[in-house]
Structures are given as C-alpha cells and as structure tokens.
Design a protein around this ligand. Structure first.
Ligand code: SF4
Length: 239
C-alpha cells in the first residue's frame, strides 16, 4: 500500500476567523495572542491512499473490506478505485486546547483549529487529484448518515495502515477521532456533486455544506425527516 502524506502550514485569515467567533473589540488583544500562538504551532496533516472497489449484490468492498451502505453502493457504481483519507488540525493545536483551562480561550482555539482543518482538507483534496490524475472528486464520510455509520471508521483506518498513527491521529473505542478537529472519508471520482449533507436528515445543522436533497434521499430509501422541517429548511428557517 502506498501512502501519501501532506503537511501544511496554516495560513489563517484573522479577520474571517475573528468574525466567525464573534470576538468583541474589547477582547481583541487576548484573542490576538491566542491566534498568534495557534498560527505559530499549527501543523495540520493528512494521509491518503488508493484502494480497489468491487461490488456484489448490494455490498461494496474496498480492498476486500465490506461496506453495507446504500449511499456508498450508489456512489461507487461503475468505479474501480477509491481514495480513503484522514486529515487533522494536528496534535499541536489539540494539545494546546487540552492544556488551556479558560473556557473562552479554549473555544477560540477550537475555532482556529477548525479553520486549520478546513485549509488542510482543501489541500488534501487537491493532493489526491494530483497524485492520481483525477478530475472532479466527491467523498463519502462515515458517521454523518445512519446508512454509513461511525463504526465504518475502523475499516477506513485499516485501509490507511500506519498512516493515521504517523500523523498523530487516534481512533477511540467509540470510533471518534482525536484530535477531534479531524475528518475522514473516501474520495471517489464523480462528475456529479455529492456531499453527505445532501442526504443528512439534520436539517438545522450549523455546519451544513449543501442543501438537503429529498429526491435523492427517497431514491436511496433513506430516512426522511418530518415534511414540515424539510419545508422550513427550504424556506431558510433556522433553529
Ligand atoms: S448536515 Fe451537518 S451533520 Fe449532516 S453531514 Fe452535513 S455537516 Fe454532517
């Protein structure tokens, strides 16, 4: 198995992050100190590889590891390769958050870590495309849909061998990742836009990246949220 690693420098966008975290003018000096320290120590990382995809009945296999998911089955139809990956804000920011006792400062470090993760995720996306000469790619991510639940983190980590450990990423017995500002998934080549959010019934999730697609969810036989919630979310009503 050939593993590819990325190590990125965190660029950061001070104004955007301070705005998102609603930093008041009178807290700016304290925030600036935390921000500068985060930029200084941040070392986001990621690892990815390629695996063989086969399908049998309604099951999908990645290097022989079975996935029983309607979403994955549908997304992977007709493809022969997929690209498991994990990416993290890095242990350095996580450790900084862990040793910070002040709740507000910790909240800021979490927000900055999330921005570092976002940058690293975008970098990894480009790195996967470049390494394998791919066009548009999309990813399925274990844990956000009942149909592809969190325990599928285990085979995904196994597909990456020693990679996650080498970048300081740990999978807990309940399949959560530490550092918690990390993400995992399997990229696949696709001209069609796909995000788990399109099928996710958590309509009011603040991190939603794409609108809910009821037609797609119905066609895959997935759980459909309450119709009034679907209508409200289309109308832009938030909770
Ligand atoms: S809507 Fe929220 S919980 Fe659902 S997949 Fe998207 S980010 Fe995850």
């Amino acid at each position: 198995m050939q593993l590819h690693y990325i190590n990125t420098a965190f660029q950061g966008n001070y104004e955007a992050i301070a705005k998102r975290l609603r930093v008041d003018e009178d807290m700016e000096d304290e925030f600036r100190d935390i921000y500068d320290e985060c930029v200084k120590i941040a070392a986001p990382k990621g690892v990815f590889t390629e695996c063989e995809v086969t399908q049998d009945g309604t099951d999908t296999f990645m290097n022989g590891k079975r996935v029983r998911s309607k979403v994955v089955y549908s997304a992977f139809q007709g493809i022969e390769k997929a690209y498991p990956h994990v990416v993290t804000c890095g242990r350095e920011l996580y450790d900084f958050a862990m040793r910070t006792e002040d709740p507000l400062e910790r909240f800021w470090i979490d927000g900055i870590s999330e921005a570092a993760l976002g940058e690293a995720n975008a970098e990894l996306h480009r790195a996967v495309q470049k390494a394998y000469g791919l066009g548009k790619i999309a990813s399925v991510r274990p844990g956000s849909l009942k149909d592809y639940p969190l325990p599928y983190q285990r085979p995904l980590f196994d597909l990456l061998g020693e990679g996650p450990e080498r970048i300081g990423l740990e999978l807990t017995p309940s399949y959560l990742m530490l550092p918690y500002k990390s993400t995992s998934g399997v990229y696949f080549e696709s001209e069609e836009k796909y995000e788990n959010c399109m099928l996710c019934p958590r309509l009011y999730c603040p991190n939603r990246r794409e609108p809910y697609d009821e037609v797609m969810a119905r066609s895959l036989g997935l759980e459909i949220p309450d119709p009034s919630d679907v209508a409200n979310s289309k109308a832009g009503v938030t909770r």
